[in-house]
Design a binder for this molecule. Structure first.
Ligand code: ZN
Length: 519
């Protein structure tokens, strides 16, 4: 008889830990779209936010609880009553809700951050778990900085929180300090020395500061961990988190070694990766494992001959397993609304009627300028629909002059909500700089352009140029992107879109003080 493979739960924290990274904030609509894609992907748990952190976080957790049915929705909380009450309220409407409480256990955190001794930490951890249990039976406890915690104390904390009723106990490497051998040993120690360990799932959460988040997570699985916390594209603070697509494909590709399985529908990986990249504006590098643009590019170079003769000579995964399709020519000028909608659905994009109409309109306009339209073009169009925030400032038109021996000058016309159409002009170091300065004169919000990148979405001279940029103002960073066949237009649209996001934040009354930070 075949032994049934052990199931590893995939806990996705793209919307909490990932979103916490600078410049990665998402709007409510964007978070809902990502959550729906995570459900299609088949994750077991979606960590939707940190409800006490801000009203926006609270609302998004609540909204996600309403729209997803299959996955557990988790809200993060420190081990204090206000946090736990807020998290409890946020997940109240979930089909399956979890409260995830955390408290640091390492000596360095106890002494310098918490100013608590071991006894106090232990007591607070147990109290936190018990408070959370008054809202839901599904309670996860995280021993923040577990990887640097003294083994005897970690064992004591894990045993105590399981005794208190925690159903999942997470032992994160919060600072990315661990290496696989040591991290695996830590989990093995807990599995063998914690008396009541069978009553809870041991979970891991690894940061990638030394590039070992995935390797550490895999070592933990080998040692008995049954939940892996991760993010799409490895999004997250500093060097990011364990990448969902990498850990999942490693477990699948090397099932011979690990003998475990996940519930992930891997054909949805590419859609998830693209969506997260779109809404955050963080591009995936071409050499990124599994989802990078070159990850399956065997066409080039010396491997070609081998792959043509027999794919498995070099190919350890099949592109279709992650839902990767080539630049397929899909549509042109004469494609109808129905075909357009159908293609979107196949790409995992679901728009309401109003947005669909608008996107279709944009598609028709693009088809007039560009002969062949590829999936990537359609995705770029739709991203703009999804990313849209209220247009306080709407670009109406612009004119630039630039060239050799002339000062770049831009005249820009913007419609300002409630104030009408305004036109202003500015000079700059280049035409894009001039456009941005003219926009600033109209909006009255001076912004610095922090990051600016342009790339061709598809091939050919008529390809759309996609501009991704980040602006900074008042200490706040906002990203936006736009794709057009004219790169100056794309820059202007992306810039105005980032300013609209910034304005949303300013008008929401810039949250005061430091936002509490999750682990
Ligand atoms: Zn983290």
């Amino acid at each position: 008889m075949m032994k049934k493979a052990k199931r590893i739960a995939i806990f996705d924290t793209t919307l909490r830990d990932g979103e916490q990274a600078p410049g990665c904030s998402m709007t409510l609509d964007e978070k809902i779209m990502v959550a729906q894609q995570l459900e299609r992907l088949g994750v077991d748990v979606i960590e939707a936010g940190f409800p006490i952190a801000s009203p926006g976080d609270f609302e998004s957790v609540r909204a996600i609880c309403k729209v997803v049915k299959e996955p557990v929705v988790a809200g993060l909380a420190r081990c204090v009553k206000v946090d736990i009450d807020r998290a409890g309220e946020a997940i109240a409407g979930a089909a399956k809700g979890r409260i995830h409480v955390f408290l640091a256990t390492s000596k360095i955190h106890r002494q310098h951050k918490l100013k608590m001794d071991r006894k106090e930490v232990l007591k607070r951890a147990v109290e936190g778990v018990k408070m959370a249990l008054s809202y839901t039976a599904d309670v996860e406890f995280s021993a923040e900085d577990a990887a640097r915690t003294e083994p005897d104390f970690l064992r004591e904390v894990v045993e105590a929180v399981i005794e208190a009723g925690a159903t999942t106990v997470n032992v994160p490497d919060s600072v990315g300090y661990a290496v696989p051998e040591q991290y695996g040993e830590m989990v093995a120690m807990l599995m063998s020395e914690v008396g009541n360990v069978a009553r809870a799932v041991i979970s891991v959460h690894c940061h990638n500061d030394l590039g070992m988040a995935v390797a550490n997570s895999l070592a933990a699985v080998r040692a008995g961990a049954r939940q892996v916390e991760c993010t799409v594209n490895g999004l997250g603070e500093r060097a990011g988190n364990c990448a969902l697509e990498e850990v999942v494909m490693a477990l699948k590709t090397r099932a011979d070694l690990y003998g475990v399985e996940t519930g992930i529908r891997t054909q949805q990986i590419m859609n998830a990766s693209r969506l997260v990249s779109s809404v955050t504006g963080i591009h995936v590098p071409p050499n990124k494992a599994v989802v990078g643009g070159n990850a399956f590019a065997h066409e080039a170079g010396i491997h070609q001959d081998g792959v043509l003769k027999e794919k498995t000579t070099y190919e350890i995964m099949r592109p279709q397993d992650i839902g990767l399709e080539r630049n397929t020519l899909v549509m042109g000028k004469h494609s109808g609304r129905h075909a357009f909608r159908q293609r979107l659905e196949e790409l995992g994009i679901h728009l309401d009627d109003e947005r669909l109409d608008h996107a279709f309109d944009q598609f028709k306009r693009l088809a007039d300028k560009k002969k062949d339209i590829y999936d990537e073009d359609i995705e770029a169009l739709v991203r703009e629909e999804v990313e849209a925030v209220p247009e306080t400032f709407k670009l109406i038109g612009f004119h630039v002059t630039s060239g050799v021996g002339v000062t770049p000058t831009a005249t820009v016309t913007v419609e300002v909500a409630g104030e009408g159409v305004k036109t202003d002009a500015a000079i700059g170091d280049g035409p894009i700089d001039a456009v941005c300065r003219a926009v600033d004169r109209i909006t009255g919000i001076p912004c610095q352009l922090q990051d600016y990148a342009i790339r061709a979405i598809t091939v050919g001279k008529d390809a759309m140029g996609e501009v991704t940029l980040e602006i900074r103002s008042n200490g706040r960073r906002e990203r936006a992107r736009a794709a057009k066949t004219d790169i100056i237009e794309a820059s202007a649209v992306a810039y105005v879109s980032a300013v609209n996001r910034l304005y949303q934040w300013i008008s929401a009354g810039k949250p005061k003080g430091e936002k509490p930070h999750g682990m």
